[in-house]
Write a protein that binds this ligand. Structure first.
Ligand code: NAP
Ligand code: ZN
Ligand code: ZN
Length: 346
């Protein structure tokens, strides 16, 4: 076993604190990665505080992982020692169901093995990226293209793919008006990808405080949902809405902003349900859909695209000792636009 250092929550109300644990000894198809950077996703906070239910403790969060390969198993062919590698939200899946065979491992019939807060195939707990190293089987490890800064690339492994996948799946691009709701970690990547795909992007944020950022990130418009007239003014304006909001909010109001046949895509995962009326959908044949991260193949496509287009996340790098403060700041939306932990500080 490999002695490993990380930061863990011991229960839903404890702060994250240093935690020693063991990773498995790398097997023939395993890649051992020395973690350089790990992003802080709002899902880390939902889970560390058990807001979605069923959390397993102690919990080492983190699923936006980039680091250097330090050892490979005998059967590994796509990586060599010294390569930059990435790990996202899952580290295994059944590999045989329809979803897995189609490359949509995130929708595995028996659930993927999540990078943390889950059990692996041997029944042991998985621990995430707030740690110095991780062992992952090669098919679930991503290549980080040369030329992408490893810290700015780390949040592509969740915030990037979660916004890329639905925009690609529903063909959002030239000629479409896209609204991105919530300018946080996911939202700012939704703006960048929406623009890169040729859509006209509007940011819907609660206040005007991020307006300049929205325009700099590639939006052509920004509207504050806190202003009383905003919803009436934007009625039936958009072909697509990408909703990245982390807290419960009224979907009905946003659905009214879609044209006939428009599509609202939920990627935000608020812990509590929201009442939904029939009429906003029925009257204009609108669609309300959801989307979960992305499969390995499309994650690699996204990373390669970002390598070619030089697309990175806007980050604030922190030492791991500040992780609890960073959680509080994420909850106040006081981050431009993703915290990334520098694992040298562990
Ligand atoms: P984040 O950085 O905290 O961004 C969320 C944004 O939502 C905030 O910046 C804020 O934008 C807005 N917001 C927050 N509270 C709000 C409220 N009460 N009412 C209205 N807007 C509010 O979080 P994130 O990391 O981007 O994650 C966003 C959500 O997506 C989380 O629920 C996370 O668990 C989920 N997620 C889902 C997937 C998936 O596969 N579907 C993957 C990753 C994360 P403004 O300040 O601009 O209003
Ligand atoms: Zn995430
Ligand atoms: Zn499967």
């Amino acid at each position: 076993m490999l002695p490993t250092r990380g930061y863990a929550a011991q229960n839903p109300t404890s702060k994250l604190a240093p935690f020693a644990f063991e990773r498995r000894e790398p097997g023939p198809s395993d890649v051992l990665i020395e973690i350089a950077y790990c992003g802080i996703c709002h899902s880390d906070i939902h889970q560390a505080r058990d807001e979605w239910g069923g959390a397993l403790f102690p919990m080492v969060p983190g699923h936006e992982i980039v680091g250097r390969v330090t050892r490979i198993g005998a059967k590994v062919t796509r990586f060599k020692v010294g390569d930059l590698a990435g790990v996202g939200c899952f580290v295994d899946s059944c590999r045989t169901c329809e979803s897995c065979r189609a490359g949509h491992e995130q929708y595995c019939e028996t659930m993927p093995v999540w990078t943390y807060n889950a059990k692996d195939k041997s029944g042991g707990p998985t621990f995430g990226g707030y740690a110095n190293q991780i062992v992952v089987e090669e098919p679930y490890v991503l290549r980080i293209p040369a030329g992408l800064a490893p810290d700015g690339a780390a949040p592509l492994l969740c915030a990037g793919i979660t916004t890329w996948s639905p925009l690609r799946h529903w063909g959002v691009g030239k000629g479409h008006r896209l609204a991105v709701v919530g300018l946080g970690g996911l939202g700012h990547m939704g703006v960048k990808f929406g623009k890169a795909f040729g859509a006209e992007v509007t940011v819907l944020s609660r206040s005007d405080s991020k307006k300049q950022d929205a325009l700099r990130l590639g939006a052509t418009d920004h509207q504050a949902t806190g202003h009383p007239e905003t919803f009436a003014k934007l009625a039936r304006r958009f072909d697509f809405i990408l909703d990245t909001v982390s807290a419960p909010h009224d979907f009905n109001d946003y659905l009214e902003l879609l044209k006939t046949d428009g599509t609202m895509i939920l990627v935000g995962a608020p812990p509590a349900p929201t009442p939904l009326a029939a009429f906003p959908l029925v009257l204009r044949r609108r669609r309300l859909v959801g989307s979960l991260i992305g499969g390995i193949r499309e994650t690699q496509e996204m990373l390669d695209f970002c390598g070619q287009q030089r697309i990175l996340c806007d980050i604030e790098t922190i030492p791991i000792q500040q992780v609890n403060d960073a959680y509080e700041r994420v909850l106040k939306s006081d981050v431009r636009y993703r915290f990334v932990i520098d694992m040298k500080t562990l």
